[in-house]
Every structure is written in C-alpha cells, then in structure tokens.
Design a protein around this ligand. Structure first.
Ligand code: PDD
Length: 286
C-alpha cells in the first residue's frame, strides 16, 4: 500500500480523506503537476514548481503553507514508496469550505488542500511503446480557453483518450480552427527534414516542461525549431512526428487518422531527441 501526502501528513493511502465540499471535487477548482522519477530522482522539479506557482497565481489561489517544502515532500514520497521509475502526482485545490458556493471561500479560513501520491512505473524510460511508436486520431478541441493553466478539469481530455481507444489507437491530437493544439495529455510535434515544428505558446496549450527542455536540446544539437501551428494534413505529410510529456518523455507518433507518417516507423530525429532528453534530464535530476 502506498504512503501518500495530505495536508502536511504522510499517511497510508486508505487513510487519506478529503471533504465532500472540497472545491476540487465539486468544481474542478484545482491545479496539478506530474513530475517523473528516474533512478529515484526527480526530473526537472524546478520547472514543475515554477509552472505550479503560475497556475495558482492565474486562478488567484493561495499558495499552501507547505509550498516551499514541496521538493522535500516529493523526495520523501520517493523514499517511502521506494520508487525507482515512475511519477509523482501533486494536486492543490482551493480547499473545502463548509458548503457549496460559486463564490471563492475566504482564503484565511479555507486553506488549500494539498495531495501528493506516487505512481510506480518500472521500465518507464525503456518503454516498448517508444520502440514501436504510437498511433493517434484527430478530434475537435472542446476544452476551455485557458489550457495554459494546468487545472484538474480533465473530462474532455479523458473523452478524447476514450475516442482514440474506441478507434483502436493510442491517443488523440486535438484540433481547433483547423490547427493541432496538442495531444490529450502531451504536446504535439511534426518533423519535416531537419525542422521540428510545434505549436507556439499561448493560452491554447499547456506550456510543457518537457517541451521547453526538448526544444532547448534540439537547438543545441543544431536542429531547426519552428514554433507555429500545423494542420493534420501537414502531419500526414511529415517525415516524423512525436509527442512530449513528463510521463512519456519523447514518444514517436507513427500514424495519424489511419495514415502512416514517414516510413510508418519511429524516425531518427525523434529517437535522437528521446535519447538526448533522457541523458540530459538524468544528469540534472534531483
Ligand atoms: N500531462 N499538454 C497537456 C494537455 C498535458 O496534460 C501535458 C502533461 C502536457 C505536457 O506537459 P509536461 O511536459 O510538463 O508534462 C501537454 C501530464 C503528464 C498528465 O496529465 O498526466
């Protein structure tokens, strides 16, 4: 049984309890982060902590009292649950007032709810999916307009994932005004020649922590990066495609809407970026 963290305490997972009035539960009024663990160490913790701080500020949500301690909490959970490879999930909600109300509760009396738990995934870095590549479908992006804030409103991404599964595929790329925004829980890329193309930052997509690192490594390796939107037709015509996220790192995409991309096998640039990303991230892990 896992040891989880709830509001300052480390407890067995079956003893962690949150109020039915918690605004995370009633209103999806909460934000989250997923940080990967490799070799028992955290990948890009600083990046995730910075984005978390921004998500809280954008929603006018108080930082919890243990905010400055979160690195220690992450490390303690890795230790207590003996995680070598996997993820740490963190969620902060606006807390639990004593009734349901659209008005935000007084932050002095209703403190944020903080939850962290581990997900043990042995073999995460050596995933067989990375050898094979994944297949995606396209689907209309019907999420709210502030996707740059990492909120726990994941119903539509969940539905997109289910649509992919129903079609016998692995994931969905969401499309708005004819252009790909991102994957259900990852950023989306195509490769044309030596050029990596991924949507520019804005409120339409999450500013991936993995995205920032991968684009930095790509530029350092003399690859050309174009931050602009692209269409599904461009993706079908690309030499390669891939996604990035904290839980998949760099994952090749070999098919979109039943159409093979490039050779239909993971391409060399995706493979190289995955290798560089894993190497460099491990070196910098804390
Ligand atoms: N998802 N876009 C969306 C919509 C995401 O949900 C995520 C992450 C990303 C990639 O961001 P990062 O590189 O910082 O992980 C992009 C996490 C992993 C999840 O929901 O499980």
């Amino acid at each position: 049984m896992r040891t989880v963290y709830l509001n300052g305490e480390f407890v067995p997972e079956n003893e962690a309890q949150v109020s039915i009035f918690d605004r995370g539960f009633l209103m999806a009024d909460g934000v989250y982060e997923v940080t990967s663990v490799l070799g028992g160490k955290l990948i890009d913790f600083a990046g995730h902590a910075k984005r978390l701080e921004r998500s809280l500020a954008e929603l006018d949500m108080q930082k919890p009292d243990d905010f400055d301690n979160l690195l220690e909490v992450h490390r303690a959970l890795v230790r207590l649950n003996d995680i070598d490879e996997g993820m740490i999930y963190l969620q902060i909600t606006r807390g639990a007032p004593d009734d349901r109300d659209f008005v935000f509760p007084d932050p002095e009396t209703t403190r944020p709810t903080v939850v962290l738990f581990t997900q043990n995934k042995p073999g995460l870095a050596n995933s067989p999916a990375a050898q094979k590549g994944i297949k995606v479908i396209s689907i209309e992006d019907q999420r709210w307009a502030r996707r740059d804030i990492k909120t726990v409103q994941l119903l539509y991404p969940s539905m997109a994932k289910m649509a992919a599964k129903a079609a016998g595929k692995d994931d969905a790329w969401m499309v708005e005004d004819g252009k790909v925004t991102e994957g259900s829980s990852n950023n989306a890329y195509i490769v044309k020649g030596n050029t990596i193309i991924t949507r520019h930052l804005g409120t339409e997509i999450l500013h991936g922590i993995t995205r920032a690192a991968v684009l930095r490594f790509a530029r350092e390796a003399q690859m050309t990066v174009e931050e602009r939107s692209f269409t599904i037709d461009e993706a079908k015509d690309a030499d390669e495609a891939f996604i990035t996220s904290a839980s998949t790192f760099v994952m090749p995409v070999v098919e979109v809407d039943d159409h093979a991309i490039g050779t239909g096998k993971p391409g060399p640039i995706s493979a190289r970026l995955r290798e560089i990303y894993l190497d460099e991230s491990l070196k910098a892990a804390v």
